[in-house]
Ligand binder design. Structure first.
Ligand SMILES: Cc1cc2nc3c(=O)[nH]c(=O)nc-3n(C[C@H](O)[C@H](O)[C@H](O)COP(=O)(O)OP(=O)(O)OC[C@H]3O[C@@H](n4cnc5c(N)ncnc54)[C@H](O)[C@@H]3O)c2cc1C
Length: 152
């Protein structure tokens, strides 16, 4: 296991953080403070090229894998006990194509990142209310925002 993580570290642009690292407690924290799990390692992705090596390491070692965007899953799906966490938060770029009203986001972008980028164009995305939530998580399991039409 240790050698697999050591090899993974050499393939990353971003950081691999282990329990002995001073950044570990900060890196393992998710929004729901009741979820207090201790992963074997947290990878803070530095580029999209970090994704494949992390998936390969999880497959190779059999470690549970958690993918984290904004870290706001109430159930704590952005972390894993004794597992490998792929934290995509640093990949938070947002590109606005105002002419076509199209926004392209990195896998770790939050609603704040999107609002910041679109506001200057007079545009908004009806994604959510709390700006710290991740766009990927909102897209997969949320999407209720100020501009969402009421149902019923
Ligand atoms: C304080 C708070 C306020 C909220 N407000 C709203 C709201 O206003 N409207 C609303 O609709 N919902 C809201 N939610 C619910 C929110 O939409 C979900 O919790 C959402 O899943 C959070 O996404 P995240 O990326 O921040 O979380 P994470 O915990 O990072 O991820 C949630 C899930 O998505 C997966 N995931 C995240 N990023 C990626 C990625 N890039 N690629 C693949 N999988 C990924 C994770 O593996 C996990 O399973 C809120 C939740 C909280 C805690």
């Amino acid at each position: 296991m240790a050698s697999a993580l050591q090899e993974l570290r050499t393939r990353l642009v971003g950081e691999l953080i282990e329990p002995q690292d001073p950044l570990y407690d900060e890196a393992r924290a998710v929004w729901n403070g009741m979820i207090d799990l201790r992963p074997r390692a947290v990878v803070r992705a530095g580029a999209v090229t970090d994704i494949d090596p992390v998936l390969e390491a999880a497959r190779h070692t059999g470690m549970p894998l958690a993918v984290r965007g904004g870290g706001h899953s109430i159930a704590g799906h952005g972390t894993a006990a004794d597992g490998l966490v792929l934290d995509l938060g640093p990949l938070n770029g947002v590109d606005v194509d105002a002419a076509n009203q199209l926004v392209t986001v990195g896998p770790g972008a939050t609603l704040a990142d999107v609002d910041r980028a679109t506001a200057g164009h007079g545009l908004a995305v009806p994604l959510g209310v709390i700006i710290q939530t991740g766009v990927a998580g909102l897209t997969l399991g949320g999407g209720v925002g100020w501009l969402t039409a009421p149902t019923g």
